[in-house]
Design a protein around this ligand. Structure first.
Ligand code: FAD
Length: 451
């Protein structure tokens, strides 16, 4: 028995912190967790979960239109934003309750308080301090908005989950997945939507074909995409909000500006600098492969380390850390081949290397590609296409990357990720019997390389 109040003190009850606290407590460790805002963190409150609920809501308008092609008729139902918000809030409240009971049932002390580090074994909580053998910082990230005149008139993704009223016109600023997803949500809900990005292509880091194809499909659905466009200032006048851009004389008007221009590690006010915890230039906490900082008793994981900012990565890191600290097992996270989805319309799903990455590593790459109209849209009348792409190394026949734009791409690519991690070759894909009629069967029937 140590003389500390707690053996492990976790700061931040988000995806990573909750998993670490629960798991450690389950192993008999004395654990406390501090949370100053909302149990469940970003994912549950202002991230993955409410966003996906909004994505579902935004699909219906198109579905109602599509239904006419299958013989349905009648007036389209009306959409009520306040109803959606109330239902969303109810579900988030339920999930917060689930998190609370998961933590308390596993014996974790939950402290609703802002925490900061006093020294390597002491945490401050308001007026009180507690001693702890080890400290885990899992404080996540926070939206970062460029410092331009008029930034006080814009909102971040956080506020989108508390909007009282849908705007008539929105400008979404940014080119990453959060910007693209919100543009899809707003457009789907009938808001006149412009996506404004300073770069020349959306979704940096994704396969080039996917980036082009997704942008084209989003444009077809009515999103006005402005590239190479940087907003220099925003003014608020009688007509609404007006943005002045880098394009000559261009003025963009909207009722709401959403800035989805990146997230920064949430380290302010934690006392890290005073304690001498090393940070990267972007504010992320520096950790070694054991999630340990330069201060031996202080660990960090998840978005605050700003590496691969995804919920399943934060939870995997938490499990690896707790296994190593308290079970004596080393179960390192493999950061290769992490699958991910973008819930734009249609969805993007991706795992493994992009074509450019594969070609920069190997000279013997085959590309298989297929673009087609999904069966549903042969009758729906909607002009939407699906694209699938597979990247294979000729000499080993190994499938190195799989990418898709199309309905349920996230669901499909999750299965593909297992195959890729298992080292599946193209021959294994070719000998797998398809499920007919599906879009996914295309992945096992791609025969001729296109590049
Ligand atoms: C709009 C949006 C959509 C997203 N969609 C997806 C998705 O579809 N799929 C996916 O995998 N990921 C998604 N993410 C990313 C995902 O939410 C994060 O990767 C994940 O939440 C990171 O978990 P974490 O534990 O590192 O931090 P967080 O979940 O951010 O948790 C950190 C917690 O620490 C608390 N905290 C901070 N400072 C203190 C302090 N001093 N004292 C006490 N508590 C403190 C915060 O209030 C917060 O609750 C999305 C994120 C956003 C913003």
């Amino acid at each position: 028995m140590t003389h500390y109040d707690y053996e492990l003190f976790v700061i931040g009850a988000g995806s990573g912190g909750v998993r670490a606290a629960r798991m450690a407590a389950g192993l008999g460790v004395r654990v406390a967790i501090a949370e100053n805002r909302y149990l469940g963190g970003t994912c549950v409150n202002v991230g993955c979960v409410p966003k996906k609920l909004f994505v579902y809501a935004s699909h219906f308008r198109e579905d109602f239109n599509a239904a006419t092609g299958f013989g349905w008729s009648g007036n389209s139902p009306e959409f009520d934003w306040s109803h959606l918000m109330a239902k969303k809030n109810q579900e988030i409240g339920r999930l917060q309750g689930v998190y609370e009971s998961l933590l308390s049932n596993s014996g974790v002390t939950v402290i609703e308080e802002q925490a900061s580090l006093v020294d390597a074994h002491t945490v401050r909580l308001g007026e009180q301090t507690v001693s702890c053998e080890l400290i885990l910082v899992a404080t996540g990230g926070w939206p970062s908005i460029p410092d331009i005149p008029g930034k006080e008139f814009v909102v971040s993704s956080n506020e989108m989950f508390a909007l009282e009223q849908l705007p008539k016109r929105i400008i979404v600023v940014g080119g990453g997945y959060i910007a693209v997803e919100f543009a899809g949500i707003m457009n789907g809900l009938g808001v006149e939507t412009t996506l404004c990005y300073r770069g020349d292509k959306l979704l940096r880091g994704f396969d080039e074909d996917i980036r082009d194809f997704a942008a084209e499909e989003m444009g077809k659905k009515g999103i006005n995409i402005l590239l190479n466009t940087q907003i220099n200032a925003i003014e608020n006048n009688a007509e609404g909000l007006i943005a002045h851009t880098n394009q000559d004389q261009q003025k963009l008007e909207a009722d709401l500006f959403l800035y989805a221009t990146g997230r920064s590690p949430n380290t302010a006010g934690l006392g890290l600098q005073t304690l001498g915890v090393e940070l990267h230039a972007n504010g992320a906490i520096k950790v070694n492969e054991h999630y340990q900082t330069n201060i031996a008793s202080v660990f960090a994981l998840g978005d605050v380390t700003h590496r691969i900012n995804l919920t399943p990565v934060a939870t995997a890191e938490a499990m690896a850390l707790v296994n190593e600290l308290y079970s004596g097992k080393r179960t390192p996270v493999d950061y290769d081949n992490i699958p991910t989805a973008v819930f734009c319309q249609p969805n993007i799903g991706t795992v493994g290397l992009t074509e450019a990455e594969a070609k920069s590593r190997y000279t013997d790459i085959d590309i298989f590609k297929s673009t087609f109209t999904p069966m549903k849209h042969t009758l729906s009348g909607l002009d939407e296409k699906t694209m699938m792409k597979m990247i294979v190394r000729r000499s080993t026949d190994k499938v190195l990357g799989i990418h898709m734009v199309g309905p349920d791409a996230g669901e499909i690519i999750q299965g593909m990720a297992v195959a890729i991690r298992a080292g599946a070759t193209k021959a294994v894909f070719d000998s797998t019997i398809g499920i007919h009629p599906t879009a996914a069967e295309e992945f096992v029937t791609m025969r001729n390389p296109v590049g």
